[in-house]
Each structure stands twice: as structure tokens, then as C-alpha cells.
Design a protein around this ligand. Structure first.
Ligand code: SER
Length: 315
């Protein structure tokens, strides 16, 4: 029987991942932890504890005490916020990963998921249809920490047998918990402001295309990778994950089909330079072949659902 620890369970990915894992593995077998309070849903359906992943002793103690066999470590400072506090962000992002890798090495929690990102790529990477193996010269603190993290994950797999698995998430779009401090966050904010104000001022230029994915697809694919036969995994760094590519103009047009009066304006800030260094589209054929990565939401389907759900929530 698997016991699963989710670190960062109050965040954008964690709050939805916990619920999906509880459906599969049973409420009592999925332990949610964070340094922030959980969503009511996570709180009410199973165990939650405040746990700081930077505290190695407590982390290891938790893993041993609850007989944890799998860890999902989602704790991180995102790209935009990391540029404001470079050294702190490096320390937090790397220490959070190294603590879970070490805990995996020293315990029975050998299976570890840790998210990488499209931020591992940089301005010298081919921008369109970016391949799995390519030039990687990230120029953001977040990207440097994600690339270093991929290397460490593979190292712990090769050297110590840690069952490290990872994907390079594109921007993730969801309505339940908002993201914080990322460069792709505009594609979430825009839906909330479309419903609330019928207008949005975007911090990226109109033609800045980036890869994105609807959260349901991201969660399903994450669990799919964790359940995949280890023999089929030809990459132990992180797999490309493409999702759908669009720019702010494209998403605003999709919204306008439902809210004709919606208006978008553009005021690029420091995050424009971050977005300019990332790919516009990604090739994820290796992940499709190795473990069956699939994407089921296109821009139209996602836009319709996002607007419906946010409207429902705002009553
Ligand atoms: N969505 C993240 C960010 O913008 C990228 O991984 O920081």
C-alpha cells in the first residue's frame, strides 16, 4: 500500500493534485503538507499538516513516521518572484529539492516527483517545437534552479537508485487556486478579470506565445508519469510537456467569443524579458512515446470551462 506525501499542497498544483491522488489512493493515504493553510477541500478530506520542507530533520521524521513511499515536492518560488530575490529563491528552490532527494535516499520514499519547467530553456534554445534534448542556457534564477534540479534528480537516480520523475511544465491554467509570481500567470488572471471587470491589462506583449496547459491535463499526466513502468522511462531528468501554445491576443479573442465587450490592453513589465527567453512551442513526442502523455483541452474548450467555473464561483 502506497502512502503519499505532497509538499506544497496549498499551492496552485498541490491543491488539485491532492484531491486527484486521494480519489485514487484513498483519503487517508495522501498526506498534504505546506507552510500555508490548505484549501477547505484539502483540509476536510484527509490529513494535512504544516511542514517546512527546508527543515530536513522534520521532513525525514514525517516520512518515516507515516511510512511514506512516494513524495510529490511542489514547493518553489516562481519565475517572476525569484527575480526579485535571486539568492533567497536559489536557496529555497534548491534546498527544497535536495532535502527530498536526500530523504528519498535515506528512507523508503524512493519515488519522487519534482516539477521542472519550460524555464530550463533560454534565449539560445530553438524557440519553436523545442526538442527534448537541445541547448539549455537559462538566464533566470528560476530557470537555472530548475536545470540544476533536473541534473541532480538524474544524478540521484543513477547513483543511489532514487526513482526520480519530472516534467517540464508549461504555464498551468486553473480556476481553483491562483498561481503566484509566475510569468505565465497572465493566462489565469485574464479569466478572473474578464468575469469581474470585462477588461484586463496584460504584462506581456500581444504576440508573446508561450506553451500552456489546463490543470486537469497537467494533473492527469503527472499521475500517469508516476504510475508508468520504470523500464519505459528513457529520461530521468525531465520530460518536455507541450500543452497548447497561444499568445495574449489569441486568448483574448477566445474570451471575446463568450464576453463580446471584453477589452485587453498591454503594458509589458520585467516579465516580458523572461517570456522572451522561453520557447513559444514545445515538442513532447518523447513523453508521448515513453509514458503516454496526452493533452485533451484546446484553447476553446479550456476558455469555455474557465469562464463557466469562475462565474459559478463568483456567484
Ligand atoms: N509557470 C511558471 C512561471 O511562470 C513556469 O514554470 O514561473
Amino acid at each position: 500500500m502506497d502512502n503519499i506525501l505532497v509538499i506544497g499542497s496549498s499551492g496552485q498544483i498541490g491543491s488539485e493534485l491532492v484531491m486527484a491522488l486521494r480519489k485514487i489512493y484513498g483519503n487517508d493515504h495522501v498526506f498534504a503538507t505546506d507552510i500555508k493553510q490548505p484549501t477547505p477541500e484539502v483540509q476536510e478530506t484527509g490529513p494535512f499538516q504544516i511542514l517546512d520542507v527546508l527543515d530536513f530533520k522534520n521532513l525525514l521524521h514525517f516520512i518515516v513516521r507515516y511510512k511514506i513511499t512516494q513524495v510529490y515536492n511542489l514547493a518553489a518560488v516562481l519565475s517572476g518572484n525569484a527575480e526579485k530575490i535571486p539568492l533567497q529563491a536559489w536557496d529555497i528552490n534548491m534546498k527544497a529539492l535536495m532535502n527530498t532527494l536526500e530523504a528519498a535516499r535515506q528512507s523508503d520514499a524512493k519515488k519522487l516527483f519534482w516539477p521542472s519547467s519550460i524555464a530550463v530553456f533560454g534565449p539560445t534554445t530553438p524557440r519553436h517545437n523545442t526538442p527534448q534534448l537541445t541547448v539549455m542556457e537559462p538566464n533566470t534564477v528560476y530557470g537555472i534552479s530548475k536545470l540544476a534540479g533536473e541534473r541532480w534528480g538524474e544524478y540521484y537516480h543513477n547513483r543511489y537508485g532514487v526513482d526520480f520523475r519530472s516534467v517540464r511544465y508549461p504555464g498551468l491554467i486553473s480556476y481553483k487556486t491562483e498561481p503566484g509570481g509566475g510569468t505565465t500567470d497572465y493566462a489565469v488572471e485574464i479569466f478572473f478579470e474578464a468575469i469581474e471587470k470585462a477588461k484586463y491589462q496584460c504584462f506581456l506583449k500581444e504576440d508573446t506565445a508561450l506553451p500552456m496547459m489546463f490543470m486537469d491535463d497537467a494533473i492527469a499526466n503527472t499521475i500517469r508519469l508516476m504510475q508508468a513502468d520504470p523500464k519505459k522511462l528513457t529520461h530521468r531528468s525531465a520530460y518536455n510537456m507541450a500543452g497548447i501554445s497561444f499568445d495574449p491576443k489569441g486568448i483574448s479573442e477566445a474570451i471575446r467569443k463568450h464576453i463580446p465587450e471584453f477589452e485587453i490592453s498591454y503594458k509589458p513589465d520585467f516579465r516580458q524579458a523572461i517570456a522572451d527567453s522561453w520557447p513559444a512551442s514545445i515538442d513532447d513526442s518523447v513523453a508521448q512515446k515513453d509514458w503516454g502523455l496526452t493533452n485533451t483541452y484546446d484553447l476553446e474548450k479550456m476558455t469555455k470551462l474557465m469562464l463557466e467555473k469562475i462565474k459559478e464561483m463568483k456567484g
